[in-house]
Design a binder for this molecule. Sequence first.
Ligand code: PTJ
Length: 267
Amino acid sequence: MTSIKIPPEHPRAESLRIREELVEHYRKGVVATAGLIAHGRGEAFDYTLGEKTTKPALNAIEAAAATLLIAEKPVISVNGNTAALVAEEMVRLSQIVKAKIEVNLFYRSLERELAIKELLEKAGAHEVLGIGEHASAKIPELGSERRRVDPRGILAADVVLVPLEDGDRTEALVKMGKKVIAIDLNPLSRTSQKATISIVDNVVRATPKLVEIARELKQDSKKCHRILLDFDNKKNLAESITLIKERLSKLAEKGEYLTLEDEKHGF
Ligand code: PTJ
């Protein structure tokens, strides 16, 4: 439910709808104030990527699906923005790859934890970890509230999916020997740079794709292993950055961004 009416013919209708979704969930206490700022940052990077799932993003999504399916104790870490934008898809993914769902917040408060838990339960989650005193364990060397984790979830996990994350926790989780899958539109962020698998894509596009691919790969563990043998995160991340560079160079050559022809061709 959004509070303003967005005309469907508006050229930025989808982007505005997503923005309103966040504002609405901010009012409901799900999204942190800084979550709105983080979204704006994401939008800017999405522009440079052409607002579509790129080939390197798709490679990373495949590798992420394979990793989650092979994992012994996978956990999906959910924060305010993720819950507001893709609660249902995250729950569906957790069911396919048999992952636990844990709420983990940078701006932690019991009210927000409970509001996010409720949203996830409405989306079909049976168990939501990391709420209140259940987040009783601590990630070493981490100063932020993100250090508080559930011993049944992130602490014990071998693979953690972290959409819209803060770089220091990614680094700390990797140091603990866990595989970290990040979804972050900024390929230069510490999260993207330090993750085991970096999906440089919008969480609203990447998550349904992750669901679709995980469903396809579920019966084929040989293919999962093959995908992972071929995947090189550093190289893939470099391709995302190159893609942005080339796209911006092409646009710079033209000096004109919005023409009807370009829109038709997806620029
Ligand atoms: O809900 P909380 O309390 O855990 O707080 C969540 C935020 C997002 C506020 C917190 O994790 C934070 O401050 O994150 P940062 O450091 O702003 O990083 C967020 C990253 O996510 C940035 O690199 C953005 O470019 C990226 N981002 C924003 N929106 C999206 C996104 N990546 C993928 N999909 C998006 N929709």
